[in-house]
Design a protein around this ligand. Structure first.
Ligand code: DX5
Ligand code: ZN
Length: 219
């Protein structure tokens, strides 16, 4: 089976406002998703975009918006992002004190018509998220600590991707595997072999002289 890697450029390195909208518009024919990095100081010590920015982006692109919520206790927030146009809404395993709310949140995302993602930090093991995978359409493996782009990819990610791929096969599940942080072409090549479906890239694409070529290299 051909493993076609999808590319999701992230919004994090781009200045919010006109520059971001211009960037998103230019991605239309060359990327597969727009990865919207929503950060909150209650989770990563920094605030970035909100659902209003996501809505503005929605009107600039034909690509599906892949919203990554780095926010604590996002249960009452997800609907706003879906209304703003998100097609994927991913919440962090670590963001829920009571894991029943994680299940509630994933169910809510699906009920409101988006794909539900569960993100795991570098210190979280696959076995910890395992009980919740049944409620998710996607698992986002963080290959850096969430908070900023431009960090170094963590090698421990490959084994997690392989484990998830194995789980998917063993159970005949259909969730997608996405990886986020520090991804450059040499890494994406290895992630593809390990079984990833989607890779997020912030600085590598944004800083490239030729963004279309950078995306092709990652693919
Ligand atoms: C990290 C964000 C990532 C980040 C990726 O907190 O979730 O999406 O922007 O950027 P690079 O590819 O530069 O690590
Ligand atoms: Zn992200």
């Amino acid at each position: 089976m051909v493993n076609y890697l999808k590319i999701a450029p992230s919004t994090d390195p781009v200045e919010v406002g006109d520059e971001l909208l211009f960037y998103v518009k230019k991605l239309n024919n060359i990327a597969d998703f727009v990865h919207c990095d929503v950060m909150s100081s209650n989770f990563v010590g920094r605030d970035t975009i909100t659902y209003k920015d996501v809505q503005d982006m929605y009107y600039k692109t034909l690509l599906p918006l892949d919203v990554h919520l780095m926010v604590n206790e996002p249960l009452n927030l997800v609907e706003k992002y879906i209304k703003a146009g998100a097609q994927i809404v991913t919440v962090h395993y670590e963001a829920f004190k009571n894991k029943n709310n994680l299940i509630k949140c994933l169910k809510k995302i699906s009920k409101k018509g988006a794909l539900a993602g569960i993100a795991m930090n570098p210190d979280t093991e696959v076995v910890e998220v395992m009980p919740y995978i049944a409620y998710a359409d996607l698992v986002l493996v963080m290959s850096v600590y969430p908070g900023k782009s431009g960090q170094k990819f963590m090698e421990s990610t490959y084994i997690k991707v392989k484990k998830l791929r194995q789980i998917r096969e063993d159970y005949g599940a259909r969730f997608k595997i996405e990886v986020d942080g520090g991804i450059i072409p040499e890494v994406s090549k290895r992630l593809k072999v390990a079984g990833a479906d989607i890779v997020v890239s912030g600085s590598y694409i944004y800083n490239a002289e030729n963004r279309e070529r950078a995306i092709d290299e990652l693919r």
